[in-house]
Design a protein around this ligand. Structure first.
Ligand SMILES: NC(=O)c1ccc[n+]([C@@H]2O[C@H](COP(=O)([O-])OP(=O)(O)OC[C@H]3O[C@@H](n4cnc5c(N)ncnc54)[C@H](OP(=O)(O)O)[C@@H]3O)[C@@H](O)[C@H]2O)c1
Length: 280
């Protein structure tokens, strides 16, 4: 399939930025979305020698900004939409306040779903074909202490994408889902407060490599792709073969022991000690 115009959410850094360069090399016009105006504009300038590119600045957690994104999907009708903006938080769920955890669901689930559904609706209504690629994670398959909410949001992305694809593919709109392992981007810094832990552990791939794998998936219209050798194995085991205790042990060895400990967040009027245990 030849693409005319692509919209990338989260294009201001990491995988989204690498995808912007790759798609520009392919001669596909770009709509770049993100919150950070300066970074987004820098990406736009960097690709504009090859293609026509515009920016849509907004916070996908904000309903008004999201409504502007939907308008953009309807007016510009991109035939390739990469739903890439996402946020993670490492550490036990109880070490974060509920509003902080809710942001993960708002961005990784609600915004991802709205962009995918409205992009597909706009294409089907206009009688056009296209591809939507939702960026999930290899973390989507495991019971995953320390990435409890994040992994659950990405499990939603997988289930939703494969089901929506079954609904829309006969109308010419494919919905693909891509599951990278650890990628060396600002994601680690934002999720962990330290960009170096996983990088030093030599388990991260470059964003360029991740972008290439995604582009290959788009070209082959492969519904599902997990990539990175180690993660392919992990995803295969989790999906088809292994009992949960085995993938947990695998994760503990390769991943969880590398993460720093975090303090728990207590409710304002309850301290977590023995005297507050429920009386029967
Ligand atoms: N890095 C990894 O190890 C890894 C592994 C598996 C999956 N993934 C997934 O890959 C995707 C891209 O992440 P990345 O690794 O490239 O991380 P990144 O460098 O932190 O990029 C995240 C992008 O999402 C955008 N974003 C974050 N919050 C947003 C919001 N509220 N509204 C609009 N845009 C928002 C950011 O834009 P602004 O900065 O402009 O707000 C940024 O461009 C995510 O979905 C992530 O879950 C990453």
């Amino acid at each position: 399939m030849q693409f005319r115009k692509a919209l990338i959410t989260g294009a201001s850094s990491g995988i989204g930025e690498a995808l912007a360069h790759l798609l520009a090399d392919e001669g596909i016009d770009l709509i770049l979305a993100g919150r950070d105006v300066e970074r987004l504009e820098a990406v736009r300038r960097a690709v504009s020698d090859r293609v026509s590119a515009q920016c849509v600045v907004g916070d996908l957690i904000d309903s008004e900004d999201r409504a502007r994104m939907v308008q953009c999907l309807q007016s510009e009708l991109p035939d390739l939409v990469i739903n890439n903006a996402g946020l993670g938080l490492y550490g036990e769920a109880l070490s974060y306040s509920f509003p902080t955890l809710q942001k993960l669901v708002d961005l990784n689930v609600s915004a991802m779903m709205e962009v995918a559904v409205e992009a597909a609706r706009a294409l089907v209504t206009a009688g056009k074909t296209g591809v939507i690629l939702n960026v999930s994670s290899a973390a989507a398959f495991q019971v995953f202490p320390s990435l409890c909410v994040y992994s659950a949001t990405k499990a939603f992305v997988n289930q939703f994408s494969e089901s929506l694809d079954a609904e829309t593919r006969h109308q010419g709109v494919r919905v693909l889902v891509s599951c990278p392992g650890v990628v060396d981007t600002r994601f680690q810094e934002r999720a962990l407060g330290d960009s170096n832990v996983l990088h030093k552990a030599h388990i991260a791939m470059t964003p360029e490599k991740a972008a290439k794998a995604m582009w290959k998936q788009i070209c082959h219209q492969k519904a599902f792709n997990a990539f990175g050798r180690r993660y392919k194995v992990l995803c295969f085991l989790s999906r088809h073969l292994s009992p949960r205790w085995f993938t947990m042990a695998f994760l503990r060895f390769f991943f969880l022991r590398k993460l720093p400990d975090r303090e728990l967040v207590c409710s304002p009027d309850v301290s977590l000690n023995k005297s507050t245990q429920l009386e029967n």
